[in-house]
Design a protein around this ligand. Structure first.
Ligand code: HEC
Length: 91
């Protein structure tokens, strides 16, 4: 393969890595991150807020609390529940 064809591929791969690191840092700086991380990464990766529109998150989190109950895991308190939803709804 010619180097001219390879260059854009490497360039964009590099950008994407940097973008992901910045996105992670931004997510971790948001209030509620630690609470959400503690509860929501027990069974799968912590989801990103933009996976659902803000008003859909309360339903998703309640459904997840049902999974936690079924799996005999600790259920978030009312304050933790609100903190998780606040984290997921923030930009
Ligand atoms: C006890 C295990 C468990 C925990 C803890 C858990 N989940 Fe899930 N999650 C699941 C399972 C099982 C599915 C697939 C079935 C479903 O979607 O209900 C899923 C699917 C999802 C999906 C993809 C489906 C959709 O509706 O978009 C999202 C987003 C999600 N979980 C978010 C969360 C969040 C936010 C938390 C923390 C409040 C969380 N999960 C905690 C088990 C869990």
């Amino acid at each position: 393969m010619s180097i001219l064809l390879l260059f854009p591929v490497l360039f964009f791969a590099g950008c994407d890595k940097q973008g992901a690191a910045e996105r992670d840092a931004r997510q971790q700086a948001k209030p509620g991150y630690q609470v959400a991380k503690t509860f929501c990464s027990q069974c799968h990766e912590l989801p990103l807020g933009y996976q659902h529109p803000p008003d859909a998150w309360p339903y998703v989190v309640s459904r997840m609390e049902g999974h936690m109950e079924a799996a005999h895991k600790r259920i978030p308190s009312a304050a933790e529940h609100d903190a998780i939803i606040g984290y997921l709804q923030s930009k």
